[in-house]
Design a binder for this molecule. Structure first.
Ligand code: HEM
Length: 494
């Protein structure tokens, strides 16, 4: 192809990308900004809950600030507010990019974000006011879900409308993951809200639900972002598209059967937990497949994490996915559960998944997406760096403390010679370290929220080029405007 026609193709491509990005602007801003608001609320609730372990008499006079309310309020705000809403913002942007069409259903998406926020306000106040449904992971009152379920359905409708207008034959793996999540997510929430469970089947359904919200809603959205962003930033295709589909289908087939591993040792039929343990071990297949695919994509380009904020956050998240999932598979074994079940070890695992994996990828995705929809740069690479190190170190400290503290706690619980109060005493130092880690993460969240506010308002000194932690050698990254890799999203070989 002559050079001039190649470059005019490049400009056309860049203009088209800009048009597509612009079509996502308001839904993306609304979902990511709302998600970040709930991240701040959730973080403050988390700090209160965490400090209560160290100072049990603190804030006990006001019923709404007691641990039993603050803790589920934290969980619901971060899962349904932060991760879900930001995840939808990231997914909507990915659809327009990967389906090579303007985003459809903007009205539906903007209505959705309004309803979703109303649901979150009702849900959070409801839990704090004492109207929890007392079902783990679905504590918010039914009224809150009366807003959130239609909001989720509207997002699904917008996805299907955009899919119908696609200008590509081949669906890149990120469309499979996000599209499937849009079908699984609302289905799961509706299924758990049905008034048909009681007794043991209720707890089984409860953990089937909570486990699948993690594996079939949060996980596919985060993996979709990683699958798109890693190759995009380093400028080469995903190592193997066959492996990416193998990873997708094995996740789809195996994850759903593993939920009862939360009930190992509980009063449920043995065969249900045995089946769940078998499928938990089978999860090693999709996890290793994704890990190999990501690793072989990055290999030779790893030093780019020194420069690119997106790549650094996303690679951190992708590596954590491998860690949490392999660790989770072994944690489901009865011998392992005997020690770690009902201990702080589970909380370390939870945060390795929901935070070190999913949250870090969402941060990385936001750093990539916002400059494109705002056509404005991040104000300060230094603040982005502070965000990375506070959250990265914070979560590292947090999970290390609780993994170690949890194993000690589990071993002590098995020893009839150790008094229960002694175990509580011995946990104290680990709880303090956890509070330090959580505080660092919260500082990072406020820095992130500040940066997000500034870019949405198009304030602060715009960079002349993309935001890197330090000046990148020429040609290390493709420039934002040409972003050559013209067929990166559509090559069947991806
Ligand atoms: C192969 C993949 C995984 C397996 C086999 C697995 C296994 C487990 C097991 C056995 C538990 C119960 C621990 C206990 O109660 O003693 C658990 C809890 C948990 N897992 Fe995973 N896990 C996996 C991946 C993930 C991922 C990717 C995430 C986050 C996105 C995650 C988040 C959580 C959370 C939040 C809990 C705590 C739930 C609660 O008690 O409230 N897990 N996991």
């Amino acid at each position: 192809m002559p050079e001039s026609s190649a470059s005019s193709d490049g400009t056309l491509e860049a203009n088209w990308r800009r048009t597509v990005d612009r079509s996502t602007k308001w839904p993306v801003i609304a979902f990511i900004a709302s998600g970040t608001f709930w991240l701040l609320v959730g973080s403050v609730l988390a700090i209160i809950a965490s400090l209560k372990f160290n100072m049990p008499d603190w804030l006990v006079q006001q019923g709404w600030l007691t641990f039993g309310r603050v803790r589920p309020a934290h969980l619901n705000t971060v899962i349904y507010g932060w991760i879900s809403m930001t995840g939808v913002g990231v997914a909507t942007w990915l659809w327009a990019r990967l389906l090579k069409t303007r985003l459809r259903g903007q009205g539906l998406l903007l209505t959705s974000v309004g309803l979703w926020n109303v649901g979150m306000v009702i849900g959070t106040i409801g839990i704090l006011a004492g109207y929890s449904r007392a079902i783990e992971w679905v504590e918010m009152p039914l009224l809150a879900f009366a807003f959130i379920v239609p909001a989720m359905a509207m997002v699904t409708a917008a996805f299907l409308l955009t899919l119908r207008e696609r200008r590509v034959h081949h669906l890149f793996i990120s469309v499979w993951y996000t599209g499937a999540a849009m079908l699984w997510g609302p289905f799961l929430v509706i299924a758990i809200l049905l008034p048909i469970y009681s007794g043991v089947p209720e707890s089984t359904a409860n953990w089937w639900y909570a486990h699948n919200i993690l594996g079939l809603w949060i996980t596919p959205i985060a993996l979709a972002a990683a699958y798109y962003l890693i190759p995009k930033v380093i400028g080469r295709p995903v190592y193997s598209y066959h492996l990416s589909y193998l990873g997708f289908w094995t996740l789809a087939l195996f994850y759903n059967w593993a939920g009862a591993h939360h009930l190992v040792g509980g009063p449920v039929p043995q065969w249900t937990t045995t089946v769940s343990i078998v499928f938990s071990m089978m999860m090693i297949i999709p996890v290793v497949v994704v890990a190999v695919n990501h690793h072989l994509t990055v290999v030779g380009h790893f030093k780019k994490v020194i420069y690119s904020p997106t790549l650094r956050f996303v690679v951190f998240g992708a590596m954590s996915y491998t860690a949490v999932s392999l660790q989770g598979s072994f944690q489901s074994l009865r011998a392992w559960q005997e020690i770690t079940h009902f201990t702080q070890y589970t909380i370390a695992h939870s945060h390795l998944g929901v935070y070190a994996f999913a949250t870090m990828i969402l941060f990385g995705a936001t750093y990539y997406i916002m400059p494109r929809v705002m056509e404005w740069e991040w104000e300060s690479p230094r603040l982005v760096s502070i965000h990375f190190w506070t959250t990265g170190l914070g979560i590292g400290i947090y999970i290390t403390a609780l993994f170690i503290g949890g194993v000690i706690q589990g071993l002590q619980l098995l020893d009839p010679d150790v008094a229960f109060l002694q175990i509580v005493e011995d946990l104290k130092p680990w709880f303090w370290v956890r509070s330090v880690g959580g505080t660092l993460m919260t500082i990072g969240h406020f820095v992130f929220a500040y940066l997000l506010y500034r870019i949405i308002m198009r304030q602060g000194a715009p960079q002349t080029g993309p935001t890197y932690f330090r000046p990148a050698p020429e040609d290390m990254f493709r420039s934002r405007n040409t972003e050559s890799a013209p067929a990166l999203d559509e090559q069947p070989g991806l």
